[in-house]
Design a protein around this ligand. Structure first.
Ligand code: FAD
Length: 365
């Protein structure tokens, strides 16, 4: 069994070896340089990494993992550090492997609707690169302007569009992964229904515990011909939740169906001056997309359900700028709540649709 001194010596030798094989700016070990890597957005109980490395490709990741493995040093992969559950916190010290330098789009393959990317690319940046070609990466967590594709994969992240388009796992075709001993594997060739175990499905959502993703083959989604967005205002959260349940029960799958309660609406208005109507107890944002023909009627059907469930008013986001404004307000909710209530504590939670608040005398068809 190692003594503390042996362990310290091992770690110092490891850092010296890392410095020998990697460019100097790819190895951080001073207290000031390590500070930003002590936690992710879950800031309670930060860890103390011994060393942070910033590799620029698969080879450097594999080399660092092999060296850490020799000294039994814990390894914590890190994307952009926006995780809310502490996944990128080095609670036992060790080596943080940050993918922030691995941001290359390695290939865009439009005929096969896929792209190969390094894990550090920011979700929003990938979509901005794809939009001129009429495609985008569909998973859109509210943190999309900050978070990395590697983090999306490890957390199987979702966002407003996941109701219709699914979460990250539905958009990952294959992964290149560095395993615990430094071996590099691809989980598949990206073809649907290939034989064998679904290693890609196993890796997505495994929070960095099974390996480090160093490249990802992602599915591209065609930008729809049209989209319509409306906001229905309700007296309270219960009636807005009932509208959600009735819309789904009637067989509709809108692109998004997002509730904001009165506290959240006031917070985004106070923090960022979004000017959302704040007289309501809750707002339900509904988005539909697809071919233009019939889309307005589809939204109209859902609005009718909202009015039957007690909506007091409905506002339409007529232009693309108005639609983007509404989504920006919704996506800023978490940061706005933190500005207005500094002690606000968010756990990465989901309310299952079966558990939405509901008045006792309402039965959903
Ligand atoms: C304002 C705000 C809004 C948010 N909204 C949403 C939302 O709408 N939906 C949602 O799902 N989440 C949301 N999140 C949580 C978070 O942004 C997402 O989970 C995001 O996918 C994390 O990405 P990241 O690059 O920041 O990952 P990090 O926080 O750096 O890491 C997250 C996890 O992934 C692992 N990891 C990172 N990169 C790799 C890799 N290359 N290989 C293996 N493992 C890796 C880490 O070890 C860690 O366990 C939000 C966070 C914030 C701050």
């Amino acid at each position: 069994m190692d003594t503390d001194t042996d362990t310290d010596t091992d770690r110092m030798q490891l850092i010296a070896e890392l410095r020998r094989v990697l460019p100097a700016e790819h190895v951080l070990d001073t207290p000031a340089a390590l500070e930003p890597y002590r936690s992710d957005w879950y800031r309670t109980h930060p860890g103390n990494p011994d060393v942070v490395i910033l590799p620029d490709g698969t080879e450097q990741v594999a080399m660092a993992v092999r060296l850490a493995n020799e000294t039994y040093l814990p390894i914590v992969p890190r994307g952009a550090g926006t995780g809310l559950a502490g996944g990128a916190r080095p609670i036992k010290g060790g080596m943080v492997i940050s993918t922030e330098r691995m941001k290359t789009i390695q290939e865009i393959d439009i005929p096969n609707r896929r792209a190969r990317v390094q894990p550090g690319i920011i979700n929003y940046d990938l979509t901005q690169e794809l939009l001129p070609q009429g495609y985008y990466f569909a998973p859109d967590p509210a943190s999309w302007k900050m978070c990395s594709i590697g983090g999306n994969i490890a957390n199987n992240s979702g966002g407003p569009h996941c109701l219709k388009y699914g979460v990250t796992t539905n958009h990952i075709l294959a992964l290149e992964v560095v395993l615990h001993d430094g071996r590099v594997i691809w989980t598949g060739d990206g073809l649907m229904d290939s034989a064998g175990y679904d290693l890609t499905g196993l890796l997505v959502g495994s929070e960095g515990t099974l390996g480090i993703v160093t490249s990802a083959l992602v599915r591209l989604t065609r930008v729809s011909e049209a989209r319509h967005v409306a906001m229905a205002l309700f007296p309270d959260i219960v009636s807005s939740s009932e509208a959600v349940s009735h819309i789904i029960a009637a067989g509709y799958i809108p692109t998004s169906l997002e509730v904001m309660d009165a506290i959240t609406i006031k917070a985004v208005n106070t923090a960022y001056n979004y000017g959302l109507p704040d007289q309501a107890g809750a707002a339900l944002i509904i988005e539909v997309d697809g071919v233009e023909d019939g889309l307005h009627d589809l939204l109209g059907d859902m609005i009718t359900i909202c009015l039957q469930q007690g909506a007091m008013d409905v506002r339409f986001a007529e232009t693309e700028a108005e639609q983007d404004h509404l989504w920006a307000a919704r996506k800023s909710a978490f940061e706005a709540l933190r500005c207005v209530y500094p002690d606000y504590y968010l756990v990465d939670t989901v309310v299952p649709r079966t558990r939405l608040p509901r008045s006792s005398n309402v039965s959903v068809p």
